[in-house]
Design a protein around this ligand. Structure first.
Ligand SMILES: [Zn+2]
Length: 264
């Protein structure tokens, strides 16, 4: 389970029991994957074994009319990943709705729930295609309350918080893990309070990633150049220049040095 708090990395707050457990479970998942697959750590670029083989449908089993705008933000977040890769999400009006038009059927339908508890944490149960085994995504309904922690202390607005969170959680749904568990990550407040252990095998680090608690601008939902490179490696789009994981790692390392190479 990959749990995410709404922590601003510059403004730590105590870890609750539930949230801490969720995040530790996420770290354990990374470590177990690295062990089982003998991969080079549990790097943010989706591992081959976690990638989807086709479109993924998203639906909202408990959403009401008051959640319509929030669903719009999830749709926008899905578009952010889709516009930069060959990944395909269908954001369905109902969990039994067919895919749009003559589109191919989804390989899985993943339910998304909006959490109305201010103390709750956003979470994605598993990375990538492991979600197909009954996993779900939970987003914090920032639009129903004013969370002073989220979004650079509120600068992105309540809907902006939800959008940034949705981009991050859909990143997990595509197979991305967290940058801040890298051995090259700083001991930022967001990492420290998350309780996630450092992955000693993971050298990949992108300071600008939406998957990085140490990136104070992650709430903007803006994909970094390395995020874009990585999603294109995992989900190539016909006609795009082929990318490699090595190229992405170089981009991540460079942007982490300069802090300037950001996605558009
Ligand atoms: Zn996360």
């Amino acid at each position: 389970m990959i749990g995410d708090s709404s922590l601003d990395p510059e403004e730590p707050r105590p870890t609750s029991g539930e949230g801490g457990t969720m995040r530790l479970a996420g770290a354990a998942l990374c470590l177990s994957l690295a062990t089982l697959l003998a991969v080079h750590g549990c790097a943010p670029p989706p591992e081959k074994a976690d990638r989807w083989a086709g479109p993924v449908a998203l639906c909202f089993p408990e959403a009401g009319p008051e959640d319509a705008a929030a669903i719009g933000q999830v749709r926008k977040a899905a578009q952010t990943w889709m516009q930069n890769s060959g990944a395909i999400f269908y954001v369905l009006a109902s969990c039994t709705a067919p895919p749009p038009g003559n589109a191919p059927p989804p390989v899985a339908t993943i339910p998304i729930f909006f959490l109305t508890d201010l103390g709750a944490f956003a979470a994605t149960d598993h990375l990538g295609n492991k979600l197909a085994a009954g996993g779900q995504i939970r987003l914090k309904a920032e639009y129903r309350f004013n969370d002073p922690i989220c979004g650079d202390r509120g600068s992105v607005g309540q809907m902006g918080c939800l959008y940034g969170e949705a981009v991050h959680e859909l990143g997990h749904a595509l197979g991305f893990s967290h940058d801040h568990v890298s051995v090259n990550a700083p001991q930022c407040a967001g990492k420290v309070v998350s309780g996630e252990a450092t992955d000693q095998k993971m050298t990949y680090y992108d300071s600008q990633s939406v998957m990085n608690y140490c990136n104070p601008r992650r709430w903007s939902g803006q994909l970094s150049q390395a995020d874009i490179c990585s999603v294109q490696v995992a989900y190539p789009r016909r006609g795009d220049r082929p990318r490699t994981a090595q190229e992405c790692q170089q981009i991540a390392a460079l942007s982490s040095q300069t802090g300037t190479a950001r996605g558009k």
